[in-house]
Every structure is written in C-alpha cells, then in structure tokens.
Design a protein around this ligand. Sequence first.
Ligand SMILES: Cc1cc2nc3c(=O)[nH]c(=O)nc-3n(C[C@H](O)[C@H](O)[C@H](O)COP(=O)(O)OP(=O)(O)OC[C@H]3O[C@@H](n4cnc5c(N)ncnc54)[C@H](O)[C@@H]3O)c2cc1C
Length: 412
Amino acid sequence: MKKVIVIGGGIVGISTSIWLQRAGHKVTIIDRGVALDRASYGNGGVLASSAIVPVNVPGLMRKAPGMLLNPGQPLFVKWSYLPKLAPWLMRYISHCRPEETLRIAAALNAIIGDSLQDHQLLAGGTPAARRIRPSDYVFIYDDKAHYDSDASSWSVRRSLGFEWDELQGDAWKAHDPVFSPDLKFAACLKNHGMIDDPGAYLEDLTDYFVKQGGQVLKGEADDVVHENRAVSGVRIGGETIPANAVVIAGGAWSAGLTRKLGLNIPLESERGYHLELWEPNMMPRGPVMIVGGKFVVTPMEGRLRVAGIVEFGGLKKPPSKAPFSLLRNSIRAALPGLTWKRETRWMGHRPAPADSIPLIGEVPGLAGAYLGFGHHHVGLTGGPRTGQLLAQLISGNRPNIDLSPYAPARFA
Ligand SMILES: Cc1cc2nc3c(=O)[nH]c(=O)nc-3n(C[C@H](O)[C@H](O)[C@H](O)COP(=O)(O)OP(=O)(O)OC[C@H]3O[C@@H](n4cnc5c(N)ncnc54)[C@H](O)[C@@H]3O)c2cc1C
C-alpha cells in the first residue's frame, strides 16, 4: 500500500484516485476546489471514442489564417497573447503531417476507443453511474460533398476499426427530424455515449471516493517535494504532506508544476466555450457534432448544451463575447424553431500538448512522480482509462498497452 497524492480533481484526477483506491492505496486529492474552473465541468459531455483525429491535421495552416480573420468561424485568438503562444504554435504546426495524424490517432484510440465501457467500469456501482447514457454519436454535414471533403478523417477512423452508417434524405430525416433541412448528410457511429451532467458526475464520483476513505484537500499544490531522486511529498500552503507517489493531473495548469521537476512541456490552453439553453422546446435524440461549425450539441438533463470553439488566449484572460454569439447563431441555424427559457454561459481550458498526445507515465529520473494530463478535446472520454493505466503503473503492474507514445520522457 502506498500513500499517493493526486494533484487535480478533474475527470483524470478522480478516475486515477478511484482506481488507486481500488488497488488498495491510500489516496489524497489536492484541488483548488473551484468546480467551474475545471474543463471537466463544462465540456460537451460526449464519450467521443471516434474523436481520434487531432485538430493539427495537414491543411490546418492553409485554413487557419482565414478562420482567424472571420468572426463566423470557431477559431479565435487574443492577439496580445500571440507572442507567448508562438513557440507552442510552431511545435503544434510541426505535427500537421499525414504520418503524425496516424500516429496521434492510434495513440488516442488506445485510451478513448472503449470509453463507454471504461466509464461503466469506473462508475459502476456508484451513484455516478446513472449519469452515463449509451448513445450514437452523429457527425452532421451540410451535404454529401461536404462529407466527402472530410474523407481523410474518415479513412483514419476506418483504419482503426470504426464503422458508421451514412444517412441522407428520408433516412436522415427519420433518424432525427429536429435538424435544419440545410444539414443534409450524417455519419452515425454506434457504441458511443454521453454524460447527462458532467459537473454532477464529477461530484458523484468524488463523493464516492470520499465515502470509500479517500481524502480531498482544498488548496494550491505549490511543488512536488523530492529527495535522492524520489518523491517524498507535496508542498501546499507552506507545509509538506508526505507521499510515496504523486500524480500531476492538473489539466491545463500542469506545466507550472512539471517545469519545477525539470520537464519543459509545451502545453497550452485551448479555451473552449459552452452555452446552455434551459428548458428547450426540442432536443436531438443524442449528442451530435455539427461539423461545419465544429461544435457539439448534447441533450443534457433539463437543458441543451452547445459546446465548442477554440480560442488561444492563455489561462488568465477573461472570456470573450464573440464565441457566445457564434454558438447562439450556429445553434439557431442548426435547429430552426428552437426556443429556450434561460441561458447559462461558460468558458474553460482544454489542456493541449503541442503533439496532441496526453502525458501518461512516470517522470524520468524521479521515482514516484507521475503525469496524467494533456487530453485536449477528449479528456472526458479518456479520463477513466488514463486513471486505470496510472493506477496499474503505480501498483507495479504492467498495463496491456504500449505506453511509450504517452511517455513524459519525450519532453525531457
Ligand atoms: C468547451 C469544451 C468542450 C469539451 N467537450 C468534450 C467532450 O464532449 N468530450 C470529451 O471527452 N472532452 C471534452 N472536452 C475536453 C475535456 O473537458 C478535458 O480534456 C478534460 O476535462 C480535462 O480533464 P482534466 O482532469 O485533465 O482537467 P480539469 O478538468 O481542468 O481539472 C484540473 C483540476 O486541477 C486543478 N489544479 C490544477 N493545478 C493545481 C494545483 N497546482 N493545485 C491544486 N489544484 C490544481 C484545477 O483547479 C482543476 O480543478 C471539452 C472541453 C471544453 C473546454
């Protein structure tokens, strides 16, 4: 039995903690305790197993400048942040190559490909289980030509074993009649799922963890303490809490802590936004991705959540207004006649490593220090499997997948 501290109480941190607890370890989570700050609170709620194609694909550089100059496109930048962003951006762009897309997709597939089952395993027998809904995941296109223009993404999915139904005309209308007739084509993938309230799901999992004997400390973890190249604790509020192992699962804020351990990880926040439309007069039957606007629409408990947008602007600047207007206009166009009673808005930080592959594994040269962050657009989907892998590593068991693609050593 080890004493393990997990820094960060988002979906990656709580999944890791529960799996560690089940393996017999004594676990403490240190978290700032602000639910709304977590990406795990405001995400689209989709268990998006097929979302294995990264954002930094070939052709991105051709499209991005035009998108940035058009407020009707879902890519924004806070221009004053550009000098700070530049080094990360150069590395990010360097991965826009076909062979990199395949490498990244394979790495993501191994941790998100069975997400529904991974969540059922994590939450089964806990109050959180009621928030998991098996569903299809539907990618909606303007028309067949639009879908064909995305053929390279679909060929990556096919190469990794995904299958889907192509729906158009009456078949698509019969599948889900709420969408605009201007959206004429859909690719429907089975065996996906969604969480009907991601914030409540996290709370339920955390309550379960505490009831099983876990501890949650509210505060800022300042540093990982180590002696003789081995972890000995975590510094918080001038005090050191002893531990045999520490997991850094601080989402988009993780790079500050890893820098102190000698790892300079190129990690950015891909700021994302959601609008919640409460008591809507219509709902799609399951989660969908509107490909043209690059946003998801998820029927959650009592409201429709519309989530998407990538904005570069770092961790400190306040939310912008334009992304909310864009989401509102886009959902009105996608679901004509949609009305709602009230609206809530949220902005959060996707943790994005420059190579789009999450960091999962031990810090080289520092026994007992582990990383679990960097899941960009798919952290809800991949959190449970990541937590299971970290718990296996910390318990001295060899996971049944090759962990080298996720190794922190690639940034040593
Ligand atoms: C708009 C939007 C839509 C999305 N949609 C989806 C989706 O549909 N499906 C999907 O799979 N993913 C989606 N994502 C991505 C997903 O939400 C994230 O990848 C995931 O939530 C990251 O989880 P995490 O646990 O790493 O980080 P977080 O949830 O951000 O949690 C990190 C926690 O660590 C704490 N912390 C950090 N540093 C410290 C410190 N030093 N001391 C104490 N506490 C610390 C923070 O306060 C925070 O509570 C979306 C994201 C956004 C923004």
